[in-house]
Design a protein around this ligand. Structure first.
Ligand SMILES: [Zn+2]
Length: 62
């Protein structure tokens, strides 16, 4: 299992916008998060504004 990604200051990674629709995410609310594996093999986290976007997002489609 991947561990939660932290920036060099030790804070949890923050997300600015939904990975599917691009809507701005509010910092204090819960968002569904997904882990994707990049071509380099590195893992990164993406966040969505709601479950619909989470379910609609298809990594392979890009
Ligand atoms: Zn969205």
């Amino acid at each position: 299992m991947p561990t939660w990604d932290h920036d060099p200051n030790g804070r949890a990674a923050a997300f600015d916008e939904c990975a599917h629709c691009g809507r701005e995410l509010e910092a204090d609310t819960w968002q569904p998060v997904r882990t994707i594996e990049e071509e380099s093999g590195a893992l990164s986290f993406i966040a969505f504004c709601n479950d619909d976007c989470h379910d609609a997002y298809d990594v392979a489609a890009d």
